[in-house]
Design a protein around this ligand. Structure first.
Ligand SMILES: [Zn+2]
Length: 230
């Protein structure tokens, strides 16, 4: 499914608007951990369920799906068995992103009989524009910039951390004592804890912090949770 290009700031704005609307509905602000399941059900008025989507759809590697006409979001129940809350919550937020960003476009195409009313989200499709946009929306919704910067400020003394080394000096605890590629995940985890982002995975936090420019990596070695050197 082709969708128009959207810049990051407009996607972020739509995620912020959803949070503000939900806050108004509650009568108070919403802080991390962002209650995305409640936002889906009460804020957007959609249903949310967990189903064996691979069996139902007959395809592999399904994360979730949204059925636009019925307003139904389904998450692959296999994710529950994986035990990763972060992955489940991110998938829920991703589907909410499809609803906010893409439903009018797809409604139009569906009326013309061009496509079905469902968006099926699979790991093999993550590079498609429509999927990237929903992923970016999910990151903005779950990790609002204001909250993540506030948490970063409580953990780090500097506005930006520049990583110049893969490894740093080792202190008496046996850990690297300066920010470097090898211990960046500790810093990301500390920010996650300081900001109350308990339903967000470390991997998602690392990507978001890089995206917001809190980290400048000069080493050429990727900073990520799955760094094979770690
Ligand atoms: Zn998707």
């Amino acid at each position: 499914m082709n969708v128009p290009w959207l810049d990051k700031s407009s996607i972020n704005e739509k995620a912020s608007t959803l949070l503000k609307t939900y806050s108004l509905m509650l009568g108070h602000g919403v802080l991390p951990p962002i209650p995305v399941e409640k936002i889906i059900e009460k804020g957007l008025g959609l249903s949310l369920s967990f189903e064996d989507l691979e069996d139902k759809l007959g395809v592999k590697d399904v994360l979730g799906a949204i059925y636009l006409r019925s307003g139904k979001i389904c998450i692959n129940e296999k994710l529950l068995r994986g035990g990763s809350e972060g992955r489940i919550i991110f998938t829920c937020a991703h589907e909410a992103g499809h609803w906010v960003l893409h439903r009018s476009r797809i409604d139009e195409a569906t009326r013309k009989g061009q496509i079905s009313d469902a968006i099926i989200c699979r790991t093999v499709n993550t590079k498609e524009r429509i999927e990237w946009q929903a992923d970016y929306f999910a990151a903005c919704l779950l990790m609002p910039e204001h909250d993540i910067r506030k948490a970063f400020d409580t953990v780090c003394c500097e506005d930006v951390l520049v990583l110049e080394n893969i490894r740093g000096c080792i202190g008496s605890s046996g850990l690297y004592i300066e920010p470097c590629v090898m211990n960046w995940h500790f810093i990301a985890d500390a920010v996650r804890e300081a900001g109350g982002f308990s339903n967000v995975s470390k991997h998602a936090m690392i990507i978001r912090m890089q995206e917001l420019g809190m980290l400048v990596n000069m080493t050429g070695t990727p900073v990520g949770w799955n760094n094979p050197d770690r």
